[in-house]
Design a protein around this ligand. Sequence first.
Ligand SMILES: [Mg+2]
Length: 228
Amino acid sequence: MFDHVRLICFDLDDTLWPCAPVIRAAEQAWYDWLREHSPRLTARYDVEGLREQRMALARQQPHIAHDMTELRLRSLAPLLAADGYPAELAHAASDVFRAARNRVTPYDDVADGLNRLRRRFVLVSVTNGNSQIEHTPLHASFDISLTAAEVGAAKPDPAIFHAASERSGIALDGFLHVGDDPQRDVAAARRLGLSTVWVNRHDRPWPQALARADLEIVELSTLVEQLL
Ligand SMILES: [Mg+2]
């Protein structure tokens, strides 16, 4: 089924590590830092209130909505300024968020699976999120790592797959994409004619309206066995 594959793209969040606990911890570290350095701001906004500000900005400025870091910076800076704090504090807070955002814990089967696949395939990480792969436990697992912020559009936009093709010199018909999101991963990759794998670790139902992935897996080891 996958004889043509030369390159494998991997989504990161909820494909290679659980996302929600990391975001929760990063938001808390960020907010704790703000409480210490800008107490007038945190007296006005709780974590949820600041998230609403970010979402409102994303709706007003859709051209930066794919860039989570920029969105967090740009929504916070004016709020800090309004409370009499230097807007640059937003950058220091962002560093705190990003450091915590990189403290991911890959699923048990991931590091070994990637190491084995890498002997035969070019491996590329493609994420809509703002983790920095070089600062995560998977820093040595990929040949190329791309983010929506870098390529200027989030999946399901095809930009990140085209960027992977340009950077690797491998045509899209040699790609396999592996991800957890039916729309942003599987449907997006299928539209470009890529082979697809749906990672369904939590027994979710597949959306009726979408064509299925070529393979559905619970654990990465299943894919490794198929490919090697
Ligand atoms: Mg994901």
